[in-house]
Design a protein around this ligand. Structure first.
Ligand code: C2G
Length: 132
């Protein structure tokens, strides 16, 4: 069984996230998603609308996702790859090159981001709609 892992905040789930999760799953048989905890989001200077628990519940309901684990810090990826016997690490290409150190432990794949959508765009568009 080929196992894939990807990491992210996945707040306000949108088609960009779904495209990534679908393509990540297509690379193997089992997809683990490491979703950032609220505490780690603070480290990433990200404030998510949904709590960790709710982002986890939402991800677990997505057909491409087989398992959701917490992402507590930047340093856990090598341990995660070993502990979960991961074959392929996948991220959107805004991260291209940033995780190449994992190539010693698994295949590293950067997928093109979906253009025109992001959690920040959703928040900004909603602000505009509600504030004239
Ligand atoms: N993504 C995408 N297309 C978009 C928006 C996001 O392909 N239009 C991808 C990102 O490239 C990332 C994943 O969806 O691979 C999750 O995006 P975020 O929730 O923004 O994740 P991020 O904050 O980049 O966290 O340790 C890694 C970090 O936790 C990544």
């Amino acid at each position: 069984m080929k196992k894939v892992i990807t990491y992210g905040t996945f707040d306000l789930i949108h088609n960009g996230h779904i495209n990534l999760l679908r393509r990540a799953k297509e690379l193997g048989d089992y997809l683990v998603v490491a979703v950032s905890t609220d505490e780690f989001n603070e480290l990433k200077n990200k404030k998510s609308y949904h709590s960790y628990e709710n982002r986890k519940v939402i991800l677990e309901a997505i057909r491409y996702v087989d398992e959701v684990i917490p992402e507590h810090n930047w340093e856990q990826k090598v341990d995660d790859v070993k502990k979960h016997h991961i074959d392929i690490f996948v991220m959107g290409d805004d991260w291209k090159g940033k995780f190449d150190f994992l190539k010693d432990f698994c295949k590293v794949v950067y997928l093109p981001r979906t253009v025109g959508i992001s959690t920040t765009k959703i928040k900004n568009d909603l602000f505009k709609v509600n504030n004239g």
